[in-house]
Design a protein around this ligand. Structure first.
Ligand SMILES: [Zn+2]
Ligand SMILES: [Zn+2]
Length: 170
């Protein structure tokens, strides 16, 4: 998704544009994300004092892997975009996200990906009370009890089990 900074003139009304974007590397670069749909990007751009300000939203559906039970589930993701672009070195401002361009072309893909990355859940859970998997037999405790939960929830036995398994490997 790219546009020329020269297509915006000072004093003209803000321009709106929408595009559907595919981010092929997004799932690979984010460990908890199994897949992502195409991204609906909706932006508004305006020129002001030699800077083009671009703001808007990026919407997609992601498939997370639950960090407790490892099942995948879908959730909506909305990223907020607010960036500035300029060809004038003196207008560059890192704190205000005003980026200096090396050509007249602005490529929005990385900023769209970044906004979605910031919207990701750090520890995805398929549901808030997900019980996860049994540490002993791997059974999904959301489905039913497996019967071995009493043993491995006792920390003393847990420590003993660690000792025993450490002995096994020697
Ligand atoms: Zn889960
Ligand atoms: Zn079990």
């Amino acid at each position: 998704m790219r546009f020329s900074i020269r297509s915006f003139k000072e004093g003209t009304p803000p321009a709106e544009f929408e595009e559907t974007l595919v981010l092929p590397d997004f799932a690979r670069e984010n460990v908890n994300v199994e897949s992502i749909s195409s991204v609906e990007v909706s932006l508004i751009a305006s020129a002001e004092s030699q800077v083009i300000f671009v703001s808007g939203t990026a919407k997609a559906e992601v498939e997370y892997e639950c960090c407790r039970c490892l099942k995948t589930y879908r959730d909506n993701l909305v990223g907020e975009i607010r960036e500035g672009f300029t060809e004038r070195p003196d207008k560059e401002n890192v704190e205000e996200d005003i980026h200096l361009l090396t050509s007249e072309w602005v490529d929005m893909d990385e900023y769209v990906a970044e906004s979605l990355q910031l919207a990701l859940v750090y520890k995805p859970l398929c549901r808030p009370d997900c019980k996860g998997l049994c540490g002993q037999c791997g059974h999904d405790l959301n489905v039913s009890d497996c019967g071995c939960e009493v043993k491995h929830q006792d920390p003393r036995l847990e420590a003993l089990r660690d000792l025993l398994s450490a002995g096994d490997s020697e």
